[in-house]
Ligand binder design. Sequence first.
Ligand code: PLP
Length: 485
Amino acid sequence: MGLPLDVGCDRYEVKPKRATIAGHADGPVHIMQTGGQLEIDAFVRSIIQRNGMQDSFYVLDLGLLVQLFQGWVKALPRVKPFYAVKCNPDSAMIMTLASLGAGFDCASKVEISQVLALGVPADQIVFANPCKMLSHVAYAASVGVNLMTFDSESEIHKVKAHHPGAVLLLRLRTDDRAARCPLGVKYGALMCEVENLLCVAAQLHVPVAGVSFHIGSGATDALSFADAIAAAREVFDVALRLKLPAMKILDIGGGFTSGSTGLKFSDASTAVNTALDAYFPSNMGVTIIAEPGRYFAETPATLATTVIGKRVRANIREYWINDGIYGSMNCLLYDHAKLKYRPLLVSMEEESGDLHTGWTAPIFHSSTVFGPTCDGLDTVLQGALLPELSIGDWILFPNMGAYTAAAGSSFNGFATSDIPSFYAFSVNLHGCPAAALSIKGLLPDVMKMLLSEVNFDTFGVEENSEVSGSSNGSQLISVSNGGYS
Ligand SMILES: Cc1ncc(COP(=O)(O)O)c(C=O)c1O
C-alpha cells in the first residue's frame, strides 16, 4: 500500500520497490542544509579525511537534482522530461530521476541496458539517436524499446528490417545558431524532406507517431524553441494532409540550462509554453516530452581534484592535478566549457593538525593548471588566480555534471570511469518539499526510499492523449502502430 505524503505542492506517493542504486561504499547519503559552497567544501574535507583520498572524486547533490525536477514540473507542466543519459550516466542520478517520474533518452545499447537494469520500464525510454547501429536497433527490439527517432530514408529501412515493432519520431532540423553545441549540421530532416520521409515510412508500414527536434545544447535564444515548435506543427499538418494517422507525440529535445550561464530556464520555459499553447493546445491530445541533459546534470556535481605536482616559473605558479582534458575536463574541448574553480587547502592544515582552520589573507598568484597526461594540450586553467598551493591541496570545480566524466577517456592509463562519486542531499530549507519532510523528521526514511523505493507522482495525464497509467504509477507513452500494418 502506498503512503501518501502531502507536502503542500506535489503529491508524493511511496510505491512498491522498483529498483535500487548500487550505493557507494562510503555509505549513506550525506545530508546538507542548503548545499551551498561551505557545506560542499566541508563534505569534501570529510571525504578526504575519512577515506584518505588522494585521487579526484565527484560530489553529487541529489537534493538539488530533486529541486531541479520540481522546478521543471512547475515551469513546464505539460512537458515530461526524458533525461538524456549521454550527459551523465551516473546511476544514482538516473535512479533519482526515475523515482521522480522521469523517462530517459538513450542513444545506444549500453545506455538502454543501463537504464533498464536500474528498473526503468522499456516504455519510459526513447531511443533518440537518428542514426543507430544495426545491432543496437536489434537489441532495442529484443528488450521492447520501441520509440525511436529518425531523419533519413535509410534509417526507415533499417528499422523496418530489424525492429518491426518500432514507432518513429521524425527528427526535424531546428537551429539555435548561437547554441554552445549546435547539432543541426549533423541531425534533423529539412522541411523540404519531410513529405518524402513520411511517404516512405507509410509505404513500408513503419509508423511515425510524431516529431522530435533539438535546437542545440546550451541554447541561447528562447525564440528558437518557439520557431522549432511552430515547425513541428507544420510536420503534424503535412501528415494530416497526406491522410496519415494523426501524430501523437512532440519531443522538444534538450537545450535547457539551469546554471548561471546561457539562456535562463524561465525564459526558455515561457517561450516553450507560449508556443505549445499556440501550436499544440491541450485539446489536440498530443503528448509532449523533452530530452533535457544539461539542465539536470550540470549544477548538482562538484569535481574535487588534488594538486599532484608544482613548479614555480618567475611569477607563474604551475600545478598538475589528477584530472584533465582527457578526463572530466574534455568539456573544455567538446562542450566549450568555461570552468569555475576554487582552492581547498588541506596540506598546511594537516601539518597544523586542524583540517578546518583554513588560511588567512592569502596572496593570489597567476597560475597554470595542467592535467595528469603527458600531452601539452592537457592544460586545464591558464591565468587562474590561486593562492599558493602545495602538493596535496585540492582544487574544486563546481557545475561539473554535464558532458564531463561521461566523455572522458583512459588515455595514459588515467581512467575517467574510475573517478568515484559521493552522494549528498541538500534539503534546502527554502521551499523544497524535502525540507517539509525533514522538518517532520521524515527525511532519513524518505531518503532511503528516494534511493530505492519511492515513486514521486507528478505528471497528470492529458485528456485525449495516448498516455496510460502503469502499475507502478508512472505515466507511460503508449503508441500503437495498428494504423499501419
Ligand atoms: C538527441 C539529443 N537529445 C538530448 C540531448 C541533451 O541535450 P541538453 O544537454 O542540451 O539538454 C542531446 C545532446 O547532445 C542530444 O543529442
